[in-house]
Design a protein around this ligand. Sequence first.
Ligand code: FEO
Length: 161
Amino acid sequence: MDKKLYEEMNKQVQEEFYAAYLYLSMSNWLEDQNFGGFAQWMKAQAHEETEHAMKIRDFLIDVGQKVNLMPIAKVPTEFKSVLDCFEGALAHEKHVTSRINMLYGLAKDKKEYAAEVFLQWFVKEQVEEEKQTADAVAALKMVGESMGALLQLNKTYGKRD
Ligand code: FEO
């Protein structure tokens, strides 16, 4: 496999685990603030991120590459509000999208067809990832300062498996 593509895909395993760590930290904070529903949503999101990391790890192994797990940076543990958490998650998803697009472009340029096809799933997934997080940010902005509406939304978001 092309060296640069390999290095960036290996790094993406770390990036996805970092996202899992970040969302789990948000979930912990939300739990502590008694927003169990939003905490559940973030925990499910953290779980999805570990699945993303494993998918890339498995692909690299399938094509005969070594996976070198890199250290995960410290994540924030304090947040200003529920909205702050979701805005942070959206900003992070945009960062991930830019990385996935870079990886896809690299696979195309280097004629790494297996990686190109594999990464298509992630390109599509990022559309969904950004949309669902942006929808949450929009809903939280609509709710504003109303605690009643926020608790109602908390209940709705807690329904995610
Ligand atoms: Fe793995 Fe939320 O992107």
